[in-house]
Design a protein around this ligand. Structure first.
Ligand code: MCN
Ligand code: CUN
Length: 796
């Protein structure tokens, strides 16, 4: 036998930019999304939403809706209550109304559902439901909610006498106070990160199918975490868990929007149980934008204690978070403000203290981590805006100030000011690569020249390090369920394989990259491996895909299960080669005899032997499962640099160049990684330049359609120059990979805003809140004042 080691790139292993296998069906229109699921006898559900942001429900009359031909069921909160389903628990230990009973608490809240032969009948019937509301004064920002005579939004909660949800703090208060006493200079900053929405192309939806004969409930739904949903349905609806099957088919983008549990899911499930027929609910765009998991909506202020030579001595941060009517943030349940305390992790700062206050308002609940590991986006935005402000106050160059305060390469493992442990990175090197690429010195000269001619050029730097891969089960759980993930690998006798994980791709390309990890570990060509996710009847238990945890956790499980398979294959190889196991060596795809390297067997031959020629006493077959509980988070790092030109007459700003240097450790598929970075940068650009969901003083949501909530098209989107030369492998991940899915969306926004602020330096303006719209820039230039801290209330 003379099999040879394989060329890893040729078999689609680690580092291969193999094309995404899932795209074959996507670009042919052959994807299978929730709305593509059509079952015999299926009915359709539509939701009646509240037109008012805050009102007492005096009565609901559904008789006219019931009378419409083709209507099968009209659900109200009162009916849900008979099943104990009018309210449901949230992931952050609060409760959320499924269908309103006592009051409506935000515009767009679910009030009733109609189930009919088709969606049009259901929608028409919804309009015939008569709800008698008694309007109450709405609260549209935290400050209104904190006023002493403010109406209590959550009067359903025993003991809730105001609108404060929590006060939370973390860090070293005394140490931080001391740092401020020693400071030569204190720099301050206050800003608002506006409410935005992940806005995936596909809205949320479900097809619930309860079969009375088998007692089995099957739900096809748009969820990023099918196993958690199964557990939640089992507990909330009190159904036996083995009788519940959650299937996430193809997902048309998630970006965090598809982590929470929504009333529509719950109502379609109850309707199917009551009617014993499949019930489909597909949300429309306005329903998606107005009622499902928004992101951000946070006020941040803080100060930095500085020594005059540029050393950062300490940081204080405070945040007021507007959570809407229910505290339903999708995050590890014990962290009230997510992982906001990852702020300043890349800087060597002796002391920091963060206080956070959450407030109920009459807005949609959510607080999902839109493309970020639980509020890291807000943390990094504040961090990089604060760093820029501090450098300006000190009169030190932006880049230099960052470099002198970075955690150095030989400082790892490093305890961050809020207590995380970072383990690897080359921060200064990433910065150098970025500065060189943008030609920093030259740009500064050009900028000075341009200023003489009255033109406003600016350069913005942003860095980010993100805690990805929640998480180790010691510290991370969702409602008590510990966070870890899984992979199951079955090698067929011909050496082909099927791999399943507890994660769930929504466009990230898991079907492509997981096969690459197996190819790397076992030498089985990636094309010979099918990857399946999202069906709780077949996939091993996992916590799902969000917070870029898939590669750090499920991806690690894929490597570990492959290694278990390799260990068994080694025994089979020893048997086939008639030597002892200790004499067998491994190279990609092949075992060989140490003393006679030309004698070897391929992994495929071992697979066949597992079914046809195993040694005495060995259990047949070649399959295994691995559960992986990561020892730590992974800490990717990035530097983003943007140059802009601002038109002083109009406030319009154009991106001249954008350079991105991302270090996510070992890249499994460089092309997919670049796609993730470009997508994230585009979302960052959108947040910085055009997106926000506002509310008028009456609590009406402005931003519930794509005329008001803007998505950048190819026309607006800047070009990106990506750099991949800095690679710091993660020391504890089996293949050295760190997460990447969200980095650019996390770190990007501050680079754009910092660039505009740099262009406006001569005006003395310190802050313009996102979105940095031309009229805000114009206002800043014309009146030489900050455009910030402004509650997003439109009076027009
Ligand atoms: N990857 C790689 N090498 C690395 C790291 C990652 O090749 N060192 C690959 C992975 O194998 C995977 C992709 O890059 O195919 C993203 O991996 P990872 O960083 O582990 O992130 P997740 O798979 O957990 O994806 C979640 C992340 C999140 S939380 C949001 S939000 C987001 C994002 O991914 N939503 C997306 N990217 C998205 N991309 C698309 N197309 N659609 C979404 O909804
Ligand atoms: Cu952070 S939004 Mo993604 O976690 O699904």
């Amino acid at each position: 036998m003379t099999t040879q080691a394989l060329d890893e790139i040729k078999i689609g292993g680690l580092g291969s930019s193999r094309k995404r296998v899932e795209d074959d069906r996507f670009i042919r229109g052959k994807g299978n999304y929730t709305d593509d699921v059509v079952l015999p006898g299926m009915l359709h559900m539509e939701i009646l939403r509240s037109p008012l942001p805050h009102a007492r429900i005096k009565s609901i009359d559904t008789s006219k809706a019931w009378a419409v031909p083709g209507v099968h069921l009209v659900l109200t909160g009162e009916m849900m209550a008979t099943r104990n389903l009018a309210w449901m628990p949230t992931l952050s230990y609060d409760t959320q109304a499924v269908l309103a009973t006592d009051k409506v608490r935000f515009q767009g809240q679910e009030v009733a559902c109609v189930i009919a032969d088709d969606p049009y009948i259901a929608k028409d019937a919804c309009e015939l439901i008569e709800v008698d509301y008694e309007a109450l004064p709405p609260i549209v920002n935290p400050w209104q909610g904190l006023e002493p005579d403010a109406p209590v939004i959550r009067d359903d909660k025993v003991g809730q006498d105001g609108n404060v949800i929590y006060n939370w703090e973390v860090g070293d208060k005394a140490g931080t106070d001391r740092a401020f006493e020693q400071a030569d200079l204190v720099s301050k900053l206050e800003l608002h990160y506006p409410r935005s929405h992940p806005s995936p192309i596909e809205c949320c939806g479900s097809v619930a199918d309860f079969n009375r004969a088998t007692q089995k409930l099957t739900v096809y739904m748009t969820t990023q975490a099918p196993h958690i949903i199964r557990a939640a349905v089992a507990m909330v609806a009190e159904l036996p868990e083995q009788m519940i099957r959650i299937i996430s088919p193809d997902i048309g983008g998630g970006f965090g929007n598809k982590v929470p549990v929504y009333p529509g899911y719950v109502c379609s499930i109850l309707a199917s149980i009551l009617l014993e027929r499949p019930v489909k609910w597909i949300e429309d765009k306005t329903g998606n934008l107005i009622s499902t998991g928004f992101a951000r909506d946070i006020y941040l202020k803080g100060e930095m204690a500085l020594r005059k030579d540029g050393k950062i001595l300490g940081v204080r941060m405070h945040t007021d978070a507007d959570h809407g009517a229910f505290f339903s943030d999708a995050q590890p349940s014990k962290f009230k403000i997510g992982l906001m305390h990852s702020a300043f992790a890349a800087y060597d700062i002796p002391a920091a203290h963060l206080t956070a206050r959450g407030v109920y308002t009459n807005k949609a609940p959510g607080g999902v981590a839109y493309r970020c590991s639980f509020r890291v986006t807000e943390a990094m935005f504040f961090q990089e805006r604060m760093v820029q402000a501090a450098a300006a106050d000190l009169g030190i160059d932006q880049a230099e100030f960052r470099r002198m305060n970075f955690v150095r390469d030989d400082d790892f493992p490093h305890r961050t000011p809020f207590g995380f442990l970072t383990d690897s990175g080359q921060y200064a090197k990433c910065l150098d690569v970025g500065l060189k690429a943008i030609d920093y010195e030259n740009f500064r000269k050009e900028q000075a020249e341009a200023r003489k001619q009255g033109r406003l050029l600016g350069l913005g730097i942003s860095t980010m390090t993100e805690p990805l891969g929640a998480g180790n089960s010691r510290e991370y759980d969702i409602l008590g369920i510990k966070m870890f993930d899984s992979a199951e690998l079955k090698i067929h006798m011909t050496g082909k394989a099927i791999l399943r994980t507890g994660a769930k791709s929504q466009g990230q390309g898991h079907e492509t990259t997981w096969a690459q990890i197996v190819a790397h570990e076992l030498g089985i060509p990636a094309d010979d491996i099918t990857v399946e996710e999202g069906d709780t009847d077949t996939a091993p238990f996992g916590m799902g895909t969000y917070a870029s945890r898939s590669t750090p956790v499920a991806g690690a499980a894929v490597a570990m299960v492959s290694r278990k398979i390799r260990a068994k294959a080694r025994k089979l190889a020893a048997h086939l080669l008639e030597v002892s196991e200790e004499d067998v060596e491994w190279e990609l795809g092949r075992f060989y005899v140490r003393s006679a390297p030309q004698r070897g067997v391929s992994i495929q031959e071992c697979a066949m032997a597992a079914y046809s020629n195993m040694p005495d006493g060995m259990e047949p077959g070649l399959e295994n499962t691995a559960y992986y509980d990561p020892p730590n988070l992974t800490w990717p790092f990035a530097v983003y640099i943007v140059t802009v030109e601002v038109d002083r007459e109009t406030g319009v700003w154009d991106v001249l160049r954008m350079v991105a240097v991302d270090d996510c450790g070992v890249r499994i598929n460089p092309m997919i990684v670049e796609g993730q970075i470009m997508g994230g940068l585009t979302e960052a650009y959108a947040m910085a330049s055009m997106q926000f969901i506002t509310f008028d003083a009456d609590g009406n949501c402005v931003g519930s359609n794509y005329m008001d909530y803007l998505l950048p098209s190819a026309w607006e989107t800047p070009g990106y120059e990506l750099h991949s030369e800095v690679v710091t492998p993660c020391p504890h991940h089996p293949i050295g990979a760190k997460g990447i899915g969200e980095c650019a969306a996390v770190g990007g926004p501050a680079a754009f805003v910092n660039a505009v602020m740099d262009a406006l330096e001569e005006t003395g303006v310190r802050n313009i809140d996102m979105p940095v719209l031309p009229d805000r820039v114009w206002e800043a230039i014309t009146y030489r004042r900050d455009v910030s801290g402004a509650p997003p209330i439109r009076q027009d």
